[in-house]
Write a protein of this length. Structure first.
Length: 100
């Protein structure tokens, strides 16, 4: 066996070892990625279970706030109508007083 062939065989063995190590490292990274993906899916499920009641509570609170605001708006509308009626009355009274 020539010296060049010996170097080629050593290089080939080294390359095989590096490829095997790289394959092992890739497998480890693949396992870690799968574990991370599983963890994300688990957290998303837990999040959805916890967020749904929070979302329901938030919707309920917003609906209640909306009811209160509608009530305030109705009350303000009624007060405005009463003020307009009083203003019309006072204007009519002032016109009657000027005519006399």
């Amino acid at each position: 066996m020539s010296d060049n062939e010996q170097h080629d065989i050593e290089a080939l063995h080294e390359l095989e070892l590096l490829i095997r190590l790289l394959g092992d490292e890739m497998a480890a990274w693949r396992r870690r990625a799968q574990q991370a993906e599983n963890r994300v899916r688990e957290l998303e499920r837990v999040d959805q279970l916890h967020l749904r009641p929070l979302e329901d509570q938030r919707v309920t609170a917003l609906e209640e706030e909306n009811r209160r605001l509608v009530s305030k708006l109705d009350s303000a509308r009624e007060q405005t109508c009463r003020l307009l009626e009083r203003l019309r009355f006072l204007r009519q009274q002032s016109e009657i007083g000027v005519e006399r």
